[in-house]
Write a protein that binds this ligand. Structure first.
Ligand SMILES: Cc1ncc(COP(=O)(O)O)c(C=O)c1O
Length: 401
């Protein structure tokens, strides 16, 4: 009989040449458990998804309660569904007043697609500006604005009229003009390796967008829900976009995305033609119930307030000859090693040390630390001790160490 591993490799579409291939039977808090008693400390959170940990009891009970009432009823936007209404209201109440109208979708890429369409409809323009080394998703529109020529080139032709500026280079913002529908940016670049905006950069970008009447879109798909020690990165940087994109932790472990704007901007999808954006499953009631419960947990358990202190423990304890720098704030950190070969070896060996680590798409000399925000001080101590042992092993076993 085939093993799960064989079935996985045969019947699931593969895109990675070297998948982790860990079999997981159960997950709880910050730990994943394998079928033979393996235990892994999750330092990734499924790439910034499980901010309140795996199977938080309040999220699990919200899911169960909703399943007992109803699951899918109708395509998005036709019926009044309490979980959607409650979650949209709660998000609006946590955001600046101009971001009070939520369109729920299923994923981050879909939120990006919706935002690009919305910006084109609202402004009547087609030009889209994004940034080098940005990542916004894998669908065609999202790929067209992605900041990696290598990824884009393989799938040409792409969406026309898209241009790239350089992150933290204000001189490159001159590409934004009266033809620009929107400028889309990750306030902190994730897959580029946690690249922080220099002081004033986002403010200057905001000003340039306002001057040219281009919409500013913040892709907060990785940075929201407490990761940076604030509910949203826009709270950290005090810059308000015209459209905000959320996904990943938005669903508390369930698939959910959203693009959020003012009611005035959003109304451009209502006419000429009506139904300007349609989704069957977007805003699924079970996902909205889970997401709302998870967002409330962030506040009730002071997970945002404690994030900065936890980050400091990581920074203080992660010391090793192979580490050249640690970038980031809160629980979104990039640990840079002296050579990319060290990173490759360490990530592949991490499970042997009871750890889940991961790469960045566009930064091969660093690995990420983005654990559930529920991680305790003891668990951080354990994680840092194991990372230290892993790096000792890396030093010993990489050929040129
Ligand atoms: C910043 C950013 N935007 C968009 C996406 C795409 O989200 P999804 O994978 O849910 O389509 C990601 C996913 O990693 C992301 O990090």
């Amino acid at each position: 009989m085939s093993t799960n591993r064989q079935l996985f490799l045969k019947h699931l579409g593969q895109t990675s040449p070297s998948p982790l291939l860990l079999e997981i039977e159960r997950a709880e808090g910050v730990f994943l458990y394998g079928p033979s008693g393996e235990k892994y400390l999750d330092l990734i959170s499924g790439v910034s998804v499980s901010n309140t940990g795996h199977r938080h009891p309040k999220v699990v009970s919200a899911v169960k309660e909703q399943v007992d009432s109803y699951m899918h009823l109708m395509v998005y936007g036709e019926m009044i569904q309490t979980p959607q209404v409650k979650y949209a209201g709660y998000l609006a109440g946590s955001l600046p007043p101009s971001l009070d109208c939520v369109y729920f979708v299923n994923s981050g890429s879909e939120a990006v697609e919706g935002a690009l369409k919305l910006a084109k409809r609202f402004t009547g323009r087609s030009k889209i500006v994004s940034f080098e080394n940005s990542y916004h998703g894998s669908t065609h529109g999202a790929l067209s604005i992605q900041g990696s020529e290598e990824f884009r080139n393989a799938f040409r032709p792409m969406l026309p009229d898209t241009f790239r500026a350089r992150f933290n280079d204000t001189s490159s913002l001159k590409i934004i003009d009266e033809r620009t529908a929107c400028v889309i940016i990750e306030p902190v670049q994730g897959e580029a390796g946690i690249i922080w905006p220099e002081k004033g950069f986002l403010e200057i970008l905001r000003q340039k967008c306002s001057e040219t009447k281009s919409l500013l879109v913040f892709d907060e798909i990785q940075t929201a829900f407490g990761r940076l020690g604030h509910m949203f990165a826009l709270d950290r940087f005090r810059v308000v976009p015209d459209i905000l994109l959320l996904a990943k932790a938005l669903g508390g472990g369930m698939p959910l995305g959203a693009f959020i704007s003012s009611g005035e901007i959003m109304s451009s999808l209502m006419s000429k033609p009506p139904l300007g954006h349609i989704t069957t499953f977007g805003g699924h009631p079970v996902c909205c119930a889970a997401g709302l419960a998870s967002m409330k947990v962030l506040i009730e358990e002071n997970l945002i307030g404690s994030c900065t202190g936890k980050s400091k423990i990581f920074r203080d304890m992660l010391r090793h000859d192979l580490i050249s720098s640690i970038r980031g704030e809160g629980l979104l950190l990039a640990v840079q090693l002296k050579k990319p070969e060290y990173v490759r070896y360490a990530i592949s060996k991490a499970p042997d040390f009871g750890l889940i680590l991961d790469y960045f798409l566009f930064c091969n000399d660093s690995f990420r630390i983005a654990p559930p925000l529920t991680i305790s001080e003891e668990e951080i101590t354990l994680a840092c001790r194991q990372v230290g042992a892993l790096l000792d092993d890396t030093q010993k076993n990489t050929p040129d160490a």
